[in-house]
Design a protein around this ligand. Sequence first.
Ligand code: PGA
Length: 251
Amino acid sequence: MRTPFLGANWKMNGTRDQLQSLAQTIHQGIDNDNVDVALFPSYVYCSIINSTIKPGYCRLGAQHVSDQENGAYTGEVSASMLKDIGCDYVLIGHSERRHIYQETNAQIAAQYQRALEQHMTPILCVGETSEQKHHKQVESVLAQQLEAIIQQDTIGHLQNGVIAYEPVWAIGTGQVPTAEVINANHHYIRQYLRQYSDVVADSIRIVYGGSLKPDNAQAIFTLSEVDGGLVGGASLQSDAFLTLYGQLLSR
Ligand code: PGA
């Protein structure tokens, strides 16, 4: 039985007061560990959010990590720094990093490795653009994104990880793939990993992200291949995020 995962990706939003109050309300609403919940504020608010949610069931995550260990990399933040301030999770290869900041599969694989070295759980984000979907390249894109990590790393490290399937065209747009498509793409990811390891394929959490909201999540969370969600816009409203948590708990 895989423990569901629910992540709140706050992106570059919110003030200190707003995010503290949001974190406080979410923290109060998460009263057991039947779902792994993690909040991903901007780096600058990580420490303050960590003090807001500890002790409790919510965990802290970062939205990005450097592919370098340390040194002269102005503006970057290392995995050891994130670990030091209390991060348990880190998003790796979010589509906004891949597409706006042109991060490559090779850099993403190196970031993944840095997160593992610090015993943080990487949330590997994968997914196709609308153009790739149009050209029926979804499976080959997912395979390339997974293979970059597998080649860099031994497959066993994926066992405790989380993969977020986030079609780029669904992020922040209000468009969501059909339940059949989501389940099929999650199934493809799991079967791809099965070529290397049954243990990994059976234990890894594969969560859905992209315009996830209380009114569409119920149908998605009950899909057999879906182990939770990564939420952007709706995670900025405590009631919407807590509703998603409740839907995941009671599925
Ligand atoms: P969204 O973002 O829920 O606003 O579509 C999801 C994400 O970027 O992880």
